[in-house]
Each structure stands twice: as C-alpha cells, then as structure tokens.
Design a protein around this ligand. Structure first.
Ligand SMILES: *[C@@H]1O[C@H](CO)[C@@H](O)[C@H](O)[C@H]1NC(C)=O
Ligand SMILES: *[C@@H]1O[C@H](CO)[C@@H](O)[C@H](O)[C@H]1NC(C)=O
Ligand SMILES: *[C@@H]1O[C@H](CO)[C@@H](O)[C@H](O)[C@H]1NC(C)=O
Ligand SMILES: *[C@@H]1O[C@H](CO)[C@@H](O)[C@H](O)[C@H]1NC(C)=O
Ligand SMILES: *[C@@H]1O[C@H](CO)[C@@H](O)[C@H](O)[C@H]1NC(C)=O
Length: 392
C-alpha cells in the first residue's frame, strides 16, 4: 500500500517538475535533433494509423458498434471513445443478447450524483404489451409525430411474432427480446419488468407507461407529457378491497414480507417514474413470495406491483390509473368499443367525465389513455382525432 502511494507521489513530482528542474540534465544539441526527428515521425505514423483504424474498423464493425467510433467519421473531428456520450446515448436498437437476469442487473444501474452533467431532455417511455399486431398503430403514429426526442417506444410481443413496420414508423425495430406472457401469471409481471428494464437502458427515459394494443391516447402529446412532468406522483391504481376478490386472495405464507393489512389490488396499466421503475426491477424481496403464493385464483398482475409499491413508496403513488376503462357492462372483462361506438360525445365523456385529485387539487383531467378499442374503431378515431383528441 505504502509502496503504491510512494510511486504515485513520484509520478506526480516528475510531472510537476518543469524542463531544467528534473535534475539539471541537458541533451547535447545533436541528440536533441535526432530525438525531435523520431518524435515527429512517431506523431505522423500514429495519426495515419488512427485514420486507417477508424475507417477500416467503421466499415467492418457491425452497425451496433458504429456510434462508438464517432458519428462524425470523416468530418475531421476526433470523438473520444470514452466520452460521456457512451453512457448517455440510448442503445441504438431494442434487440440485445442479454438474458433476463443480465438485463435486470444492467438496468438497475443508477447515478447517485445530481444534477445530470449534460442537457438531458426527459422522455416518456411507451411500453406496448401485446401478443402481436398493433391495429391502432396509425393513431399512435399521429400522436407521436413531431415530438421526436421526447418519447421512446418498446414493444413486447409473442417471441414468434415478427412485426412488419416500415422504416419511417415509430414502431420500426422496437420489439424487445420477449417471452410468452399469460394473463394472471407471473410471466405477465416478468414481461412488464422486461419492458421496464429495457426502457431503463436509456438514461433519458423518465416516465414509463404501460399500454396495450387496444389502448388509445385521448389527448395530444404535449398535454400527456406535461401531465407526467408536472405530477408529484406516479399513476398506479391501488386500493384495499376487503372482499373475496381482494383480501380474499391473500395467502398467509406471504408473511412477514407482506401482511394482510398491506395487501393491495389495482389495475395492470400503470405509469411510474424512473425511481419506481428501478424499485420494481430490482425487487428480490417480494417477487419470490408472489411467484409462489399468488397463483390463480390470485391474479398476480393485479396485486404484485400495487402491494409492493405501497409498502416501499406509498407517498409516490396517486393510487389511480390514467388509463380509462369501462367495467359498467359487468362481467369478467371490460367493454370493448368498435366502429359504432366512436362519437365525439363518447370521446368527450372519456376525456373529462370524472373528477380526481391531481397534485392535491380537484381536476377533471383524470385519464390520458383509454381502452379497450377494437380494430374497427381505428377509422372513426382517425377522423375525430384532430378535432376531439387534439392530434392527427
Ligand atoms: C407486411 O407489410 C406488407 C406491406 O405493407 C403487407 O402487404 C403485408 O401484408 C404485411 N404482412 C403482415 C404479416 O402484416
Ligand atoms: C409541444 O412542446 C414542445 C416543447 O415544449 C414545443 O416545442 C412544441 O411547440 C409544442 N407543440 C405544440 C403543438 O404545442
Ligand atoms: C404543466 O406545467 C406547465 C409549465 O409550468 C404548464 O404550462 C402546463 O399547463 C402544465 N400542464 C398540466 C397538465 O398541468
Ligand atoms: C396513496 O395511498 C398511500 C397509502 O396506501 C398514501 O400514503 C398516499 O398518500 C396515497 N396517495 C394519495 C394521492 O392519496
Ligand atoms: C374537491 O371537491 C370536493 C367536492 O367535490 C370537495 O369536498 C373538496 O374539498 C375539493 N378538494 C380540493 C382540494 O379542492
């Protein structure tokens, strides 16, 4: 230990010592010329070497590495390989070769120093949880148009599904490595954690919204963005249901991690900020309990995140979802709306038909998204979007 400190001190002194102070030794003039000659030759050779390395490497390297070699190759500007950009630039593609275990570990990296030492524009990560096609994609495309740099898109679909979006689509190549997810099973929560973890790899993602293929945005992008940005809380629905479909699903084997009074229920469709997203993907305390003791008729995707987040961060939750849904028709599934249901009056009612608390104030803007919409709803929605929804 002491030897290392001593040698570091030596180096520092050697660097601090200016010419002529390093011991008073002087080169003979002839030797100095030879030395300078070699120095110049060396500089020239290494410059040529670096030029060649950059150009041959850039051509040979797979596209994924190219950003590291400097986007400005050829512009004459040197870009350091180890600059901050290496940490701030989003991954160039949604696909990667990490296992779930590796991904969750990597995604849990979080800076402990604030503020960010670069101009960070916070983004909304839209996480699409779907089995396959996104029939309402044209509506979403219009919602996103013109807001590049303030959102990102991730799609979790069946592993066998091959999306077919063209290059100009916001969904192009946004499918993350996915696995089969079944309703009410832990594989569904795994899919949601996978989406969160992939989205966390982009340091600029600040708000994380889970949406489905039957969801639509009911306000314009800026309203949606401001709603998240201005909110002091995240929008996770949480309630304590004393009945058979709430506390009735609790299993006493979950103690001491989860007590009966801590058991919560909520909707699957959440919005969380970056801190809560990390809280969810780093969890190893509650996960095994829910995996083992919340199985049908306990539907884990209705209990795991609401319960866990209420225990860990109750003050961060608005306890309501921003995704509107209609359970009024009764039954096990909410209503699905098709072509004939889409009128201006209907959409206005969805937009402002309820009151809720927003930052401790009464508000009539309680929802930003709505479900469930059938593919047949697309055409009338596209027609009404510019006047009623504010985009398109
Ligand atoms: C893929 O896109 C092409 C052109 O838009 C279309 O003709 C084809 O039906 C699509 N295939 C699938 C499986 O969606
Ligand atoms: C949305 O917000 C951005 C950033 O504040 C602004 O540049 C843009 O003009 C806004 N767009 C609309 C349609 O208001
Ligand atoms: C959010 O805050 C901005 C700026 O303070 C304001 O212009 C906007 O109306 C607010 N939006 C909402 C939805 O509260
Ligand atoms: C949500 O519920 C938790 C306790 O379950 C509470 O601490 C928190 O204040 C609630 N949030 C709001 C906005 O009421
Ligand atoms: C919200 O409205 C209710 C009545 O609708 C009222 O009792 C309550 O005081 C209001 N809360 C705030 C914060 O204004």
């Amino acid at each position: 230990m002491q030897a290392r400190v001593a040698s570091m001190e030596d180096m520092k002194e050697a660097r601090l010592a200016g010419p002529g102070q390093g011991g008073g030794r002087v080169f003979p003039t002839g030797m100095l010329k030879v030395f300078l000659g070699f120095l110049l030759l060396g500089v020239g050779l290494s410059a040529a070497g670096m030029y060649m390395a950059r150009h041959t490497l850039a051509a040979a390297a797979p596209a994924i590495f190219r950003p590291c070699l400097g986007a400005s190759a050829g512009a004459g500007e040197e870009q350091p390989l180890d600059g901050l950009e290496r940490w701030t630039r989003p991954p160039s593609r949604a696909r990667h070769a990490m296992t779930d275990e590796e991904l969750l570990w990597r995604a849990s990296f979080a800076p402990r120093v604030r503020p960010y030492p670069f101009p960070r524009v916070p983004k909304v990560a839209f996480m699409f949880l779907t089995r396959g096609p996104l029939p309402l994609a044209p509506l979403w495309e219009r919602f996103f148009r013109g807001h590049e740099g303030r959102y990102s898109v991730y799609v979790h679909a069946l592993p066998s599904y091959r999306a077919n979006f063209t290059k100009d689509s916001v969904f192009y190549h946004r499918q993350i490595p996915s696995k089969v997810a079944e309703w009410g099973q832990m594989t569904m929560c795994d899919a949601e954690r996978r989406l969160l973890a992939n989205a966390l790899l982009d340091i600029s993602n600040e708000w994380f919204v889970l949406v489905s293929e039957s969801c639509i945005p009911i306000f314009d992008f800026n309203t949606t963005y401001d709603y998240f940005q201005n909110s002091s809380q995240s929008f996770v629905m949480v309630f304590d249901d004393p009945g058979p479909y709430g506390r009735g699903r609790y299993n006493y084997n979950m103690t001491p991690e989860v007590e009966l009074e801590q058991w919560r229920k909520g909707s699957q469709w959440f919005e969380v900020d970056r801190d809560l997203a990390i809280e969810i993907i780093r969890d190893t305390r509650y996960y095994p309990k829910f995996k083992e003791f919340c199985r049908p008729h306990c539907y884990v995707d209705e209990h795991y995140f609401p319960t866990m987040l209420t225990i860990e961060a109750p003050q961060s939750l608005a306890n309501r979802s921003v995704t509107w849904v209609d359970w009024s028709r009764g039954g096990a599934h909410p209503a699905t709306f098709g072509r004939g249901d889409i009128t201006e009056e209907f959409l206005r009612r969805v937009q402002t038909g309820r009151t809720c608390l927003y930052n401790n104030q009464n508000s009539t803007t309680c929802f930003l998204f709505a479900r469930k919409f059938a593919p047949s709803a697309l055409q009338p929605l596209l027609v009404l979007a510019p006047t009623v929804l504010g985009y398109g």
